[in-house]
Design a binder for this molecule. Structure first.
Ligand SMILES: Nc1ncnc2c1ncn2[C@@H]1O[C@H](COP(=O)(O)OP(=O)(O)OP(=O)(O)O)[C@@H](O)[C@H]1O
Length: 239
């Protein structure tokens, strides 16, 4: 199996806080992997390091065989990494279609832009809402619009920060189906997620972060049965 992402000895501190501690991490091409861990474990910081929004103090990030550590965020996006953060990044006064146009306009033009917007509307179930202001959509629909905005540029790796936060059970299930669909189209998925039922629905394997370091890795069954993992969620284990 080819590895799409390799992280080696990644370290990052902010003053006295270590957000990444000697992280060695690899992701197979085509994987659906979840990153879990208690609040403040460093999950969002790890995403920001992968995206180039934080520069590491040391360590390397290799994506599709290329060392991307020196690259800036926009260059990493061009290499095929895309992200959907937890905080919505949509323009609420603009329509669903206009939001998609803005997201894709630097990459696509003319017929390919129109075609991709049509595909994304279909895939996210938002075709009938194309002219609706994004701020009027339900919470789940806004999240799907954002996923659509993140995948229209055809990434190889999609990073999702708590994609189901605040969703109803039905919206959560639909989001899981959407991610399986994207994965079947060849997109590798790495998601930070708190909802273990959702992790069970989507993840082939799981990494547990604790105090900026990798605490455990394995299948969902191995991780849920891991006594140390249960303890860090109760705050009983130090790094
Ligand atoms: N830019 C920064 N400057 C200083 N400290 C930071 C910065 N970014 C994150 N931190 C600290 O690093 C630690 C890890 O934060 P991070 O947001 O990565 O954790 P997380 O696992 O995503 O948490 P949550 O599940 O609560 O979102 C926290 O203690 C946070 O306060």
């Amino acid at each position: 199996m080819t590895q799409i992402l390799q992280v080696s000895k990644l370290n990052k501190r902010f003053g006295g806080v270590t957000v990444a501690r000697d992280i060695d991490f690899a992701l197979d091409e085509g994987a659906m992997h979840c990153l879990i861990g208690p609040n403040g474990a460093g999950k969002s910081s790890f995403f920001r390091l992968l995206l180039g929004e934080h520069a590491p103090d040391s360590g390397t990030i290799t994506f599709r065989g290329r060392d991307i550590t020196p690259l800036r965020s926009f260059q990493r996006i061009r290499e095929g990494i895309s992200v959907k953060f937890q905080v919505p990044g949509i323009f609420k006064a603009l329509s669903v279609r206009q939001n998609l146009q803005i997201a894709f306009q630097h990459h696509l033009h003319g017929a390919s832009l129109t075609g991709t917007i049509r595909q994304v509307l279909d895939f996210t179930g938002l075709t009938s809402e194309a002219a609706t202001p994004a701020g009027v959509l339900s919470h789940g629909q806004q999240q799907w619009l954002e996923i659509g905005m993140a995948v229209g540029v055809e990434p190889r790796l999609l990073l999702l920060d708590e994609p189901t936060a605040g969703m109803s059970p039905d919206e959560t299930r639909k989001t899981g189906e959407m991610l399986h669909d994207l994965n079947a189209r060849g997109i590798t998925i790495l998601a930070v997620e708190h909802d273990m039922a959702f992790v069970q629905q989507i993840a082939h394997s799981v990494t547990v972060l604790h105090m900026g370091a990798i605490f455990a890795q394995g299948s969902i069954d191995q991780i849920t049965a891991h006594p140390g993992v249960q303890e860090i969620y109760l705050g009983a284990v130090d790094a």
